[in-house]
Design a protein around this ligand. Structure first.
Ligand SMILES: *Cc1c(COP(=O)(O)O)cnc(C)c1O
Length: 379
């Protein structure tokens, strides 16, 4: 099955009871048993729910995996994965990662004796230097936020395999339409379903997808034992959102490419960070491991101040100033004062995150309107 067919059909059957084409919202916590222990595969909705099952099977297919698991948020999915680890275990993470993941690692799981190390993943040398016999997991996020750095998934998986270390890739920015980490050697794919998979800024949800059955069994045990599962209504909304994932990401990526070209020419703009641009440091790796360059981009201003950036954010009309990303509507953000405000300024500057960096989550509106909006706001 090709991707555009999978989003509509994979894991989704007409409802066996009624023939309903759309997966019903099975808004039930429990299921009738004809005799103790005699049931139709469903006992209790923390363990399994038919609406959730359809979504989990669909997600597994989209990522070319075998097993999908959904959670109440992206961070809940990450927490479930980290529950595989024991005190004393070590995790090597990219140093350029989603702030909420960083907080979960350093402020929550490190208290349980798990050690996190944050390293640069442009090349594998820093990873190799940090591997010990206690290293159990390598955490990769690519493209990164907000600098849109690209990490070579295949190269990192090759190193991990030599040392028998699991690799998890946060595939939120790329989406399974553009990148499938399991095909590149990763063991686990994580998604903030809140973003492109949901796609309409109306659900918070997370997911993990794996190929290996033994690993899946361990994760299902944690999903059921810890219990951070999403409700059936949200699963329905995501199933609905996914049906247009390929169309949305395709259009949003086209819009982003046009905006990147426009910003490159603009006299007020200094640098543009978009992996689709030939001068981007990760362009060749992106071409190798992605089927397109996505719809996230960042840029900074020649007048490199937070005040200058704020003026642009105040003047745009179709771009809404907000956190989050991946919805049909275009969003604009100022990482230094919003998503990345907790990072000290010197640390930010080291990775190129200057005071005027503006991040765009480009939506699926008409590109002409988006360009005119930015042109007006920059002028
Ligand atoms: C939003 C996000 C998360 C966290 O997901 P939630 O659904 O907000 O819990 C993790 N990683 C990335 C890259 C994200 O953008």
């Amino acid at each position: 099955m090709k991707f555009g067919t999978k989003v509509i059909h994979a894991g989704i059957e007409p409802d066996p009871a009624t023939g309903a084409i759309m997966t019903p919202i099975y808004q039930t916590s429990t299921y009738a048993q004809s005799s103790p222990g005699q049931h139709k595969g469903y006992e209790y909705s923390r363990t399994l729910n038919p609406t959730r099952k359809a979504l989990e099977d669909n997600l597994a297919a989209l990522e070319n995996g075998q097993f999908g698991l959904t959670f109440g948020s992206g961070l809940a999915a990450e927490a479930a994965l980290l529950h595989l680890l024991d005190p004393g275990d070590e995790v090597i993470s990219t140093n350029d990662l989603y702030g909420g993941s960083y907080r979960l690692f350093t402020k929550v799981f490190s208290r349980y004796g798990i050690k996190f190390q944050f390293v640069g993943m442009q090349g594998t040398a820093e990873i190799e230097a940090h591997i010990t016999e206690k290293t159990k997991l390598i955490w990769v996020e690519t493209p990164t936020n907000p600098m849109l750095n690209i990490i070579d998934i295949e190269a990192i998986c090759a190193v991990a395999k030599k040392h028998n270390i699991m690799v998890c890739v946060d595939n939120t920015f790329a989406t399974p339409y553009l990148q499938n980490p399991l095909d590149l050697g990763a063991d686990i794919v994580m998604h903030s379903v809140t973003k492109y998979l949901g796609g309409h800024s109306d659900v918070v949800m997370g997911a993990l997808v794996v190929k290996d059955e033994a690993l899946a069994e361990k994760l299902y045990f944690i999903q059921n034992s810890v219990g951070a599962v999403p409700g059936p209504q949200d699963c329905f909304l995501v199933l609905r959102g996914i049906k247009t994932l390929h169309l949305r990401v395709q259009r949003a990526s086209e819009n982003a490419a046009k905006i990147a070209d426009f910003l490159m020419q603009h006299p007020k703009v200094d640098k543009v960070y978009y992996p689709g641009l030939a001068h981007h440091a990760g362009h060749e790796t992106a071409k190798k491991q992605m089927r397109g360059f996505g719809a996230m981009l960042s840029f900074n201003l020649k007048e490199d101040t937070a005040e200058a950036a704020a003026k642009v954010l105040e003047k745009v009309h179709y771009f809404t100033c907000a956190e989050s990303l991946g919805g049909v509507e275009s969003l604009i953000g100022h990482p230094a004062s919003m998503t990345h405000a907790a990072i000290p300024r010197e640390e930010r500057l080291k990775v190129g995150l200057t005071d005027s960096i503006i991040r765009l989550s480009v939506g699926v509106e008409d590109a002409d309107d988006l360009l005119a909006d930015l042109d007006k706001a920059l002028g």
